[in-house]
Design a protein around this ligand. Structure first.
Ligand SMILES: Nc1nc2c(c(=O)[nH]1)N[C@H]1C(S)=C(S)[C@@H](COP(=O)(O)OP(=O)(O)OC[C@H]3O[C@@H](n4cnc5c(=O)[nH]c(N)nc54)[C@H](O)[C@@H]3O)O[C@H]1N2
Ligand SMILES: Nc1nc2c(c(=O)[nH]1)N[C@H]1C(S)=C(S)[C@@H](COP(=O)(O)OP(=O)(O)OC[C@H]3O[C@@H](n4cnc5c(=O)[nH]c(N)nc54)[C@H](O)[C@@H]3O)O[C@H]1N2
Ligand code: SF4
Ligand SMILES: [Mo]
Length: 722
């Protein structure tokens, strides 16, 4: 495809939409940004003329208000002439190189879907239909309701495949509650930031701004990241640069020092950590010198970091969704990090890692999960025995309501999955992506709902449905702590429909109109809002400032002492032992190592002397999006780039802009090199999601035995000048 030519055409198209808009006739609307699928979202205030959005700006009253380059580009994406606007059916046989997608009516599309759903239920089982939502978080609640009602327990998403859930699993088996840590509060004196780069990947206001303010106040920062990211350069008092995938050893080293020097919170450890003696014993051998040899982090820095964190009390912590879990020791690596603030007594104290006292319990988590009642989670839990991942990942299946999707290839080959209903599917998410694409191609029926036709994912799908974009949809509403916001959409382009509407209409066509509100999105939202005696109308009336649901009381701390942490009201943490579990009873029960043990990652060799970190976020790209979607952003970076340390580049005769061959045991590809000191010697890094150089084809299909996560940030490689 000639990107330049297309970008010119699209530029004209965008101008045509708002070039003649008379500002005086504009009215205002409000929506949320879905540019990076962060939840909670950032707020967008937009101007429109009729149903044409003319310009956008931050929504000042919205809690996450400054917006980034990707948010501005959502406007160009909205009027991208390549957008899907009608339901499309594949008309050529699957072995044909041209899928020949033809426009059909929604009626025909629904007949197809419902026909296959009914047939598969009769011929095989409802569980043979897999329901999937990719990184877009917004469709999730409606799709889960559809899966549960249809009778399939097999619902999975990108979070349960490659993103947040491995960390969450570690949190649940260790603390008993999910947490990514905390932003620094006025009491916080030190912060441990591990495997995340919020300067690029976080919401501007939510993360990095807060952290920078805390730095001004004198909070000390330890940042653990193999790369010298902007988070490191702007915040770090101490930067630990470990060899990728050696997290558990770095953490064990820090704990070794803290225990040895008696800097831990002895009372808390003795009373509230299950397996504290086993943990002490385990980390005894992780002397700073040994840890240096294993992790490349100088012994002195391990000692300094441990001392700084344990003595600047209370300390907070921030981990990413996935920086520490993209390797074959994912769960235990993340568990090891969690134990550092635990032994310092920083859990649920002011300034430390606090479990919110008054969340919207009815939501039980962010939109990425969906409200359990609306999602019919109880019904799903009742069907657990039919989960596809039950045998391969038993602890996961016990703790996570979403199925671990990495084994989709095997399940399709074994005939256990016959059809796939997907929203925001992207096969490039997976290691050895082509195997997923081929497996999907062999299904009896695949439906995909998306904004664009993306050949690498949609080539084999039978039915491609056009999703309304963020300016064009009502559902879902947003919530921020206890503040709820609605939005005021414009009419969708063409025959696009919002994700929720598609799910609700499929349900209605299955004959379950009462459960699916006759396909009415607002009524579905009202069903959820009713939990707080609200309706969408209330949100509309308070569109700018949202509605605050007052908390029943102040934030409480050390809730493990008072019984406010567990559902049964007893003192303790919400784990089987009532304590933070350094020694995990759940992992032990299923035959896994119960302590957060370190496992050596893949070893470099003469042939593969470098380590590949794939997927480090860039501010102007989200995964597979923002390439052709919005040429404004593509101007910032037209092609995939492999970052390599200048010394490593020089050694190989590589200069800026040279084409190199990136090679792993799985294969090789050509990519442009970008020498930069952001990556240290011995490590190279590149972003995933580029169709023209899909780095996931170089990642093996090996998985962490506990969480099932792939080694995106562990694989050894070679880089050779082409
Ligand atoms: N090597 C490597 N691989 C990785 C990662 C890594 O770090 N390294 N990261 C992993 C992680 S954390 C993630 S989250 C995944 C990325 O997860 P993906 O699911 O790959 O995310 P996207 O590429 O953002 O979106 C997928 C598709 O959804 C469509 N879409 C976007 N919004 C909507 C919507 O609202 N509705 C509908 N119907 N469609 C929509 C987009 O057009 C796109 O085609 O990648 C994972 N893969
Ligand atoms: N602009 C933008 N924003 C995004 C996204 C995007 O694609 N683009 N994606 C969204 C999604 S789905 C997600 S999951 C989040 C991800 O958000 P983050 O988790 O903050 O992801 P990254 O920015 O890649 O930061 C992860 C860091 O981990 C480091 N790392 C790699 N291996 C190791 C290791 O072994 N140990 C340690 N300590 N660090 C390691 C990498 O060098 C990298 O700097 O971002 C979200 N926001
Ligand atoms: S960080 Fe940027 S892309 Fe992500 S939600 Fe906020 S404005 Fe949108
Ligand atoms: Mo993610």
């Amino acid at each position: 495809m000639d990107i330049n030519k297309n970008s010119e055409q699209r530029g004209v198209a965008v101008q045509a939409q708002f070039g003649d808009a008379d500002v005086q006739d504009e009215t205002v609307g409000y929506t949320f940004c879905d540019g990076c699928n962060e939840v909670p979202f950032c707020g967008i205030k937009f101007h429109k003329k009729g149903d044409v959005v003319t310009r956008i700006e931050p929504w000042p009253e919205f809690p996450a208000s400054p917006i980034c380059s990707k948010a501005y580009a959502t406007l160009q994406r909205l009027y991208n002439p390549n957008r899907l606007k009608y339901p499309m059916k594949r008309t050529n046989p699957k072995d044909s190189t041209d899928p020949c997608f033809m426009r059909i009516s929604w009626d025909e599309a629904y007949e197809m879907i419902v026909g296959h759903l009914k047939r598969i239920k009769e011929e095989y089982s409802p569980h043979a239909v897999f329901f999937y939502v990719g990184d877009p978080k917004e469709p999730r609640a409606a799709v889960q309701r559809l899966a549960a009602t249809y009778g399939s327990v097999n619902y999975g998403c990108e979070s349960s495949t490659a993103c947040r859930r491995a960390a969450q699993l570690a949190e649940l088996v260790t603390y008993g509650f999910p947490t990514m840590g905390n932003l620094p509060s006025p009491e916080t004196r030190s912060m441990l930031i591990w495997g995340t780069n919020p300067a690029y990947s976080g919401q501007p206001f939510m993360c990095h701004g807060h952290l920078a303010d805390a730095k001004e106040r004198g909070v000390k920062f330890i940042v653990v990241d193999p790369r010298k990211t902007p988070t490191v350069t702007t915040l770090a008092d101490i930067h630990l640069q470990p060899r990728p995938a050696t997290t558990a050893a770095v953490a064990a080293g820090m704990m070794h020092v803290i225990f040895k020097e008696g800097l831990h919170d002895k009372q808390f450890c003795d009373k509230w950590i299950h397996g504290i003696n086993e943990l002490k014993e385990y980390v005894k051998t992780f002397t700073p010198e040994k840890v240096e040899a294993v992790t490349w982090v100088p012994a002195k820095k391990i000692v300094d970091a441990a001392r700084l964190y344990a003595t600047h009390s209370p300390g907070g912590m921030m981990t990413g969704a996935q920086g520490t879990t993209h390797d074959l020791n994912a769960t235990n690596n993340h568990r090891a990090i969690l134990l550092i603030p635990a032994i310092c007594g920083y859990v649920d104290v002011p300034g430390g890692i606090v479990k919110p006292t008054h969340p919207l319990v009815e939501m039980a988590g962010p939109w990425a999960e969906g409200p359990p009642k609306f999602c019919l989670r109880e019904k799903m839990n009742g069907m657990k025995e039919q989960r596809l991942d039950l045998k391969a990942f038993p602890v996961w299946a016990e703790k996570m309501f979403e199925v671990q999707t990495n084994h989709l290839v095997e399940w399709i080959r074994e005939g256990r999955v016959k059809a796939l209903l997907s929203w925001g599917l992207n096969t490039m998410i997976w290691p050895q992506s082509h195997e997923y694409q081929e497996a999907i191609g062999s299904l009896e029926f695949t439906m995909a709902v998306d904004y664009f036709y993306r050949p690498q994912t949609h080539h084999f799908v039978d039915l491609l449905l056009p999703a309304a974009m963020n300016y064009e949809r009502l559902a879902p509403f947003a919530f921020f702590g206890r503040q709820i916001f609605g939005r005021s959409p414009v009419k969708p382009l063409g025959e696009c429909k919002e994700d929720w509407q598609i799910a609700l209409e499929i349900g209605t066509r299955l004959g379950l109109s009462n459960i699916f509100f006759d396909g009415d999105v607002e009524r579905a939202c009202n069903d959820i809002l009713g939990m707080w005696n609200l309706s969408y109308d209330d949100l509309r009336k308070n569109i700018q400032k949202g509605i605050v649901l007052p908390a029943e009381g102040p934030e409480l701390y050390r809730k493990y002492e008072t019984g406010h942490m567990r559902m049964d009201g007893k003192p303790g943490f919400p784990t089987p032992t009532g304590k933070i579990e350094a020694f995990s009873t759940a992992l032990e029960r299923h035959g896994y190592p119960a302590l957060p043990e370190y496992r050596e990652p893949m070893q470099t060799t003469n042939e593969y002397p470098l380590i590949l970190i794939s997927g480090s976020r860039l501010p102007h790209i989200t995964h597979s999006k923002w390439r052709e979607d919005a040429p404004w952003l593509l101007e910032l970076q037209r092609e995939p780039l492999l970052t390599i340390n200048p010394d490593d580049a020089k050694q190989r005769g590589i200069e800026k802009g040279d084409i190199v061959v990136l090679k792993t045991l799985c294969g090789e590809m050509r990519v442009k090199a970008k020498p930069t000191k952001i990556v240290p010697r011995g490590i190279v890094a590149m972003m995933h999601g580029w169709a023209k150089a899909n780095v996931n084809e170089l990642i093996p299909r090996k998985f962490d035995p506990i969480s099932g996560f792939p080694p995106y940030k562990e694989v050894v490689c070679a880089v050779i000048k082409a």
